[in-house]
Design a binder for this molecule. Structure first.
Ligand code: GAL
Length: 425
């Protein structure tokens, strides 16, 4: 798997080119600039970049001779990055490593023959023991492992502005028991004069909100059954969820369609909204804003999802034809190391994928997530590549976006039924 590195001098000569954005053509050819690694993510700015920077800090310490070449493409959840990556892979011009979600999304890349087998890397580094078996399962296909996880995120978190709730006489420390109880509190907030009780953003954040409602209304087993055909999309559980989701949309900011997750969360940060449902990368945004967990903001499992951990994990790959394989392996080594995981996950709001991490090293929010991951029923996130193949989630995403505009519940259900039947056959 490793290629011989060419001389440092040749590498230095080409660094200028790479920094100018002229990445060499991909494929299996070595361009002579072995001492750089082009890392493709969507952690381009704000609190997301803070996480990436923490990882790069450890990488620079562990591999001071390898230049980190940042190929991040902005847009939450990879909303722009995934298309840009697909064009590069299509043109046989892969980066040295790219971010991919564990689970169904990764399986798409494996099935397309775009990834190299990392099983021997796992063996050499003792990684089969370092990561939980359930996670390794999501990274494995036909007995081979294809990526290295950097973190585990939770997608069923409701972020709460303490002052906003208290101003309406709602106790921020008590999560409503279910969707109906939450809708009652949202109504109370609205009646008290809060214009935007619930913050929302662009299409993928809508999909994540509906995913949360589906988990709340179907339970862990019912929700998981949506992805293997054992729960019908035209059954009563999904109908209830669509109805609840429609009710939630009555409480959101009117400009939601145009906001990425961070702009939507800013409404909560600024006290202009009471709640936002978002993955726990949002923790990094609260930390960056200098807010204190438990005082200015708090979190709960989204109402109705207590005891369930809606899981996703970012992982990094070694694409077929990566121009700098040895440097990519260096990057994967940093990610898999205890130091890399600790620096990255403290900054990113996620919990480490490694099981040897020490909970007390982490801030208060991550400690709650670690406990939940250990105790709760784990389900796979739709909006973040764990539950459904990319084509299936793209179909669902556009149907959910359309529902925001026309509010036709029957049409949304019909579109979801048809998406499931194309995906599952
Ligand atoms: C997810 C990703 C997270 C975070 C989030 C928002 O898909 O797994 O790490 O970056 O998108 O962009």
């Amino acid at each position: 798997m490793r290629k011989k590195r060419l001389s440092l001098i040749a590498g230095v000569a080409l660094v200028g080119l790479a920094l100018a954005g002229c990445s060499p053509a991909g494929g299996d050819t070595d361009d002579g600039n072995a001492n750089q690694v082009e890392v493709f993510t969507w952690w381009a700015s704000g609190s997301e970049k803070v996480g990436l920077d923490a990882l790069v800090g450890v990488f620079n310490e562990q591999y001071p001779d390898v230049e980190f070449n940042n190929a991040a493409v902005a847009g939450g959840a990879g909303s722009n990055a995934k298309a840009a990556l697909a064009s590069r892979l299509e043109a046989n011009n892969p980066p040295d490593t790219f971010q991919a979600h564990a689970g169904a999304e990764l399986t798409d890349y494996i099935a397309a023959g775009q990834l190299q087998d990392l099983s021997s890397f796992y063996e050499e580094n003792g990684l089969n023991e370092a990561f939980p078996a359930t996670l390794i399962e999501q990274l494995t296909s036909d007995g081979k492992i294809y990526s290295v996880p950097s973190n585990i995120h939770r997608a069923n978190v409701t972020w709460v502005n303490v002052d906003v709730l208290e101003s309406a006489g709602i106790d921020p420390n008590v999560a409503p028991a279910d969707m109906d109880a939450w809708i009652a509190d949202l109504t109370r907030l609205k009646d008290s004069g809060i214009k935007t009780p619930l913050a929302l953003g662009t299409e993928w954040t809508q999909m994540q909100l509906l995913e949360n409602v589906l988990i709340a209304d179907l339970g862990a087993e019912g929700y998981s059954g949506l992805w293997d055909g054992t729960t019908p999309w035209d059954g009563p559980g999904v109908a209830t969820a669509v109805d609840h989701y429609g009710q939630l949309l009555d409480f959101v900011n009117s400009d939601y369609v145009g906001l990425d997750w961070d702009a939507a969360m800013q409404l909560v940060l600024d006290g202009n909204a009471g709640y936002n449902v978002m993955g726990d990368w949002a923790e990094a945004a609260f930390v960056q804003a200098g807010q204190t967990y438990g005082t200015e903001y708090t979190t709960w499992a989204t109402p109705g999802t207590e005891g369930i951990f809606d899981f996703l994990a970012d992982s990094f790959t070694l694409p077929e034809g990566a121009p700098h394989e040895a440097a990519a392996i260096d990057w994967l080594t940093t990610i898999s190391s205890a130091e890399g995981q600790k620096a990255f996950n403290i900054a990113k709001g996620s919990i480490p994928a490694r099981t040897d991490a020490v909970a007390s090293d982490y801030p208060a929010y991550q400690q709650t997530a670690m406990t939940s991951f250990g105790e709760d029923t784990v389900v796979s996130s739709l909006a973040h590549g764990a539950a459904a193949a990319s084509s299936w989630s793209a179909d669902l995403s556009s149907a959910i976006g359309k529902f925001g505009a026309d509010r036709k519940g029957d049409a949304l259900i019909a579109a979801m039924v048809s998406a499931a039947s194309s995906a599952l056959g």
